[in-house]
Unconditional design. Structure first.
Length: 240
């Protein structure tokens, strides 16, 4: 019914870009955060490729480190609650998060229509559902998108930090999601739009990895480990 192997009993969804259109908000906030820093150093602006390759899907501070490393920029480490005005890894990440929260408050959040249909169908079919996301704003986003009622477990940026889990592309957060649903990885499907997230699903030996291509990177999602790539989750309902 859901376009998945018969042994799949649990679904692990990334949030931004899979269930909701908030990936675009994150991309915009990262650009607003990084561009002034790059301009000060005479470097080219932050691009969509930078977002896809170094930031998307990763915990916030890991994303800062990976991107700055790609540009040869070194910022000091600070405490996780460093002020957004402080030019450090954590301050830069917190500056980006503050902007995300402002944009969400300004624009609101809506789920993708196809994703909502898919989640509703999964719930009706009796499959267990968790959200696994690097975002620290998952509670706000799920509530705003009216998706909280479908979700049994949530492994988000707050949980990842509290439990000191390795972020994507490591599989730790997805493995924690499967554990929260009392499901073996082989019986769980991962749904991801980020290259790092698909890579994490593959590394965790999950039963099925669905790549969600919102930005024209189907080949890259496949190369990183997706078993199937769709542009919208409703395609899986149509194939079932």
């Amino acid at each position: 019914m859901l376009g998945l192997p018969d042994n799949i009993t649990a679904l692990l969804f990334d949030l931004d870009g899979v269930l909701t259109g908030t990936a675009a908000i994150h991309r915009a906030a990262w650009k607003e955060t990084f561009d002034p820093l790059l301009a000060q150093r005479g470097q080219q602006p932050f691009t969509d490729d930078d977002y896809n390759n170094y930031v998307d899907g990763r915990p916030r501070f890991d994303g800062v480190r990976e991107f700055l490393r790609s540009r040869g920029i070194d910022l000091p480490e600070a405490s996780p609650d460093a002020a957004p005005s402080y030019d450090s890894v954590q301050g830069t990440g917190n500056r980006k998060n503050a902007r995300v929260q402002e944009i969400i408050a300004e624009r609101g959040v809506a789920p993708y229509a196809g994703s909502r249909r898919y989640v509703e169908a999964a719930k009706e079919a009796g499959l267990r559902i968790a959200v696994v996301t690097s975002s620290a704003n998952a509670v706000t986003v799920l509530d705003a998108a009216d998706l909280t009622k479908f979700v049994e477990a949530r492994i988000d940026g707050v949980v990842i930090a509290d439990r000191k889990l390795h972020g994507k592309p490591a599989p730790d957060s997805f493995l924690a999601g499967a554990e929260a649903l009392d499901t073996a990885p082989a019986n769980a499907a991962v749904f991801e739009d980020a290259l790092s997230g698909v890579q994490a699903g593959k590394a965790g030996h999950f039963g099925y990895v669905v790549g969600v291509d919102r930005v024209g990177q189907a080949a890259e999602l496949t190369a990183h480990g997706a078993d199937v790539v769709v542009e919208d989750l409703a395609e899986l309902l149509e194939e079932a």
